[in-house]
Design a protein around this ligand. Structure first.
Ligand SMILES: Cc1cc2nc3c(=O)[nH]c(=O)nc-3n(C[C@H](O)[C@H](O)[C@H](O)COP(=O)(O)OP(=O)(O)OC[C@H]3O[C@@H](n4cnc5c(N)ncnc54)[C@H](O)[C@@H]3O)c2cc1C
Length: 400
């Protein structure tokens, strides 16, 4: 009986296990996860779950009994500590050696941590796990003074939740604007303005350098009153296990377009995978929910020997206050030379398009719905568009 082992029991790993069974695999599936929790989704942890509007049960990938019912040996609270590629076994923190015919690495990413005086204090909080979200939720009380390090997605979504709980929030960001790496300055400014309108103070060009009880010290020597410092300064791939086993790594576990690593029996998917993307023509590591949701299943099919060319348009969504958005493509600075709008940027109901050489490379619909598939089709088409037609809301995106 073949045995497929999955290291990392979160969205990518759980969806891979589901796909293996859906595709008729009837061998052993061992799903090994470091957390003491069955696989769950993280987006609610900085949104509905943190706000208290989503219940705990809504975050799980599968119902409680699903793993046993589908013959998936889920080992919670267990870390894969080593891979012996020659023997085709993994070692775990419980002392077990588990044999594999195929192995999937779905070990995800971990928050980058601050390291300065006071950064190990209990008032300095991170957000990756459901336990982290629980801690933040109980700490966010009316009047709590919160300093957020980092104006990226985690920092800003947490800021919105803290403001909803009537905390006072100051955001420190060493770059000159919010979400600069993710969206560029033009659209980053939309989010900074949104937060300012909700009473958030930004200090751009400054970072936290020390935490003292009741205070954060910034690189500009400002002393900001703070009961809590929430850290959202990015995440690093959990690729050490792969690197120690001699797999090719570099900003994640390197894979081809079929999500195969440099070892033909080992695959990688989700946040940890730095995969060759046929559409982009280069490797890319995508830390987005949709990439775990679809990458896990793609890796599972590849493990089963099916032909896989994994090339989704990167997709991301966010909710902050009354703003809901979906973004397709990778609009980082340097990737585009023009930004165009369809709809009204000021009333926060619009689509932004990032273009390079007249070709749409990314698009974000803000409080406009049912258009993201069309935006993805435009990106995939990769041909020049007429700017007047692109910005005209009367012309369907499908007619461009
Ligand atoms: C608070 C938060 C909000 C988010 N919101 C959004 C959003 O709105 N939209 C969006 O597109 N994306 C969002 N994301 C990103 C999205 O959640 C991730 O892309 C997704 O969780 C990646 O899933 P994964 O399965 O690849 O990895 P992870 O979710 O990181 O899971 C990896 C799992 O592997 C375990 N593990 C690691 N090493 C080992 C080991 N050696 N042995 C066993 N287990 C191991 C880890 O403990 C973890 O449980 C958010 C992320 C966070 C943290």
């Amino acid at each position: 009986m073949p045995s497929y082992v999955i290291a990392g029991a979160s969205l990518a790993g759980a969806k891979a296990a589901e796909t293996l069974r859906d595709e008729g695999f009837d061998g052993d599936i061992v799903l090994i996860g470091a957390e003491h929790e069955r696989p769950y989704e993280r987006p609610p942890l900085s949104k509905g779950y943190l706000l208290g509007s989503d219940q705990r049960d809504s975050v799980y990938v599968h119902a409680d009994g699903w793993y046993a019912e589908n013959g998936v040996d889920l080992r919670e609270g267990t870390t894969v500590t080593a891979i012996d590629r020659g023997a085709h076994t993994v070692a775990t923190s419980s002392g077990a050696q588990v044999s594999y015919d195929k192995l999937l690495l779905a070990t995800g990413a971990s928050p980058r941590r601050l390291n300065f005086p006071g950064s190990d204090r209990e008032e300095v909080l991170y957000l990756r796990t459901v336990g982290d979200s629980d801690r933040l939720r109980s700490a966010f009380q009316p009047g709590t003074r919160v300093v957020v390090a980092g104006a990226g997605w985690i920092g800003l979504e947490t800021t919105a939740a803290a403001r909803s709980a009537e905390c006072a929030v100051t955001v420190l960001e060493p770059q000159s604007g919010a979400l600069t790496d993710q969206l560029g300055p033009e659209l980053g400014a939309v989010f900074a303005d949104l937060h300012r309108a909700h009473g958030v103070e930004f200090r751009f060009g400054e970072k936290a350098v020390e935490f003292r009880p009741g205070m954060v010290i910034t690189s500009g020597s400002a002393e900001i009153p703070a009961d809590l410092l929430v850290v959202g300064i990015g995440a690093a791939p959990n690729d050490h296990l792969a690197a120690r086993a001699g797999l090719e790594t570099g900003n994640g576990v390197l894979t081809d377009e079929a999500l195969r690593t440099s070892d033909p029996d080992i695959f990688a998917a989700g946040d940890v995978a730095n995969s060759f993307h046929p559409l982009l023509g280069r490797r890319v590591r995508v830390e987005h929910w949709a990439n775990a949701l679809n990458g896990g299943p793609a890796a599972a099919r590849s493990m089963l020997g099916q032909a896989v060319s994994y090339d989704p348009v990167p997709y991301f969504y966010s909710d902050q206050y009354d703003l809901g958005m979906e973004c397709a493509g990778l609009p980082s600075p340097g990737a585009y030379d023009q930004v165009l709008y369809r709809g009204d940027r000021d009333t926060l109901e619009f689509i932004a398009f990032w273009l390079s050489g007249g070709v749409v490379i990314a698009g974000m619909n803000v409080n406009v719905w049912d258009v993201n598939d069309d935006i993805q089709a435009l990106i995939r088409a990769a041909r020049p568009v007429d700017p007047a037609r692109l910005t005209n809301p009367d012309i369907p995106l499908t007619d461009l």
